[in-house]
Design a protein around this ligand. Sequence first.
Ligand code: LMR
Length: 396
Amino acid sequence: MFDQLNALPSDPLLGLITLFREDNNPHKVDLGVGVYKDETGHTAIMTAIQKAAKIHLESEDSKTYLAPVGVAGFVDGIKKLVLGDGSKALSDGRVAGLQTPGGCGALRIGAELLGRIKEDLTVWVSNPTWANHIPLINSTGLKIKTYPYFNPETASVDFEAMDAQLAELGPRDVVLLHGCCHNPTGADLTFEQWQRVTDRAVKQGFLPFVDIAYQGLGDGLEEDVKGVRHLSENVEEMLIATSCSKNFGLYRERTGTLLVQNKTATQASAIQTHVQDAARANYSMPPAYGGFLVDRVLSDSQLKAEWQAELAAMATRVKSLRNGLVEHIQKQGIEEDFSFITRQKGMFSFLGINKDQVLELRNKYGIYMADSSRINVAGLNTHCLEYVASSLKAVL
Ligand code: LMR
């Protein structure tokens, strides 16, 4: 039976991890998968998380099952982190939610919830979007279409084209938005553009589905969710998928949440049963560990302050790497203008080079990035900037 199935090509992003590991080039640089690395190229465990893990190890006295929601305190903590202490939707009890195995689990359960709605829904994703959005949503049989988003000429959001598409949508449409630090382009909506998207959602009646995986890695923990909070305050219903992979550095612990904002608290209770039921049919309940750690960090003012400071330092360092890369590119005398890298947010930028050039950088210089020319800026360090810039010059 199994001989009917042929091997698949490796995942466009995760496949780069193996390729990079197997490369013997001593100068190799990993700008592939979105993982934060320090000056030595190491992805350290955040200090507050280390402390929380110690406390947790000493205090956990059972491994019995949790409730289907996961670690309830964690889910409440993330609701507040994203929507804010003053959120009306939260105080009204209108936000259902559960812990999920990473942001992927949240997107998948969100898509399954949409699949239970007895209407023919279309999910609109930005062009381009994160490579795994489409498989995660597709697997539940929903229709997927793209809306215009990135203009390669200006290396920024083509908002008028996006808005023109949103103006055509209606109540059977779901619009997937990146909460901040757009993956893969690094080109974010301004707050004014979030306001216009919100007005469109209210007027046209489409459902916003926000994926926010990089809160705190753009302009700051509060600034990065200004747009999402504005949406939440003005639309009745929305979905939010969150991830603790990057901002808590919990990549392998698969820690995220799906939040579902409803019209009423009664409706939220009904939706809570659906998302839990969808989780039960997939993996029963999420792994607890990451949720316990984040819950501890968020509920202890000292640990929370330590985490916030470390996260802010990471974001500042990524910004300085953006500036450093552009300076080195300019020093190389490269004619093309790459200054857009300094204007983009979060961990990613599109270099805008073609696939042959991407492959030449990979095969000849050991510099790994996604085929689309997306680089993980957080994979750079001050020692490799010159090498990356001179290699880029060589392939241009
Ligand atoms: C990425 O975009 O590189 C990360 O979100 C990792 C992943 O799972 O693709």
